[in-house]
Design a protein. Sequence first.
Length: 137
Amino acid sequence: RAMEPFEIGPYQLPKNTVVFISFYLTHHMPALYAEPEKFSPDRWLHINPSAYEYVPFGAGPRLCIGGPFAMMELKIVLAMIVQRYRLSVAPNTRVDRDEHTSLTPKYGMPMTIYPQDRRFSTQPVQGNIHEMVHLPG
C-alpha cells in the first residue's frame, strides 16, 4: 500500500494504492525469456537470469530465507527419486492452476510410480495448464 503518491514508469499512482508483483508475469516476459510460453527446460542451459528476472523465492528485502535450502533439498531429493523410480502423470489427468502466492495444480498431480526402468514416455493432460504454457505433443 503506497504511503504517498508515486510514479512508476508512465503511471502516477495515488496514496493508498495497493501494488503487487506477479512473478508469473515476470517469468513470461518475452524481453527476458525467448518463447516464454513454451515449456522448454533446456532454456536454463543457455541463460543466467538475475535475481529479479527469475524469482522463485522473491527478491530483495523480502527474499525467502529458506530459498537456498529448498533448492539444495530439491536437487538431492529429486535425484534420489529419479534414480529409484519412474513417475508418469496418471491417464486423463486434468491440470488446472490454483492461483495463490504461488501457482499450484488445483487438484494435485496424480502420478503413477514405477520402479526405474528407463521406459520414459509422455502423457497428454487436460486443463488450463495449456493456457499458461505450450506443452510438447
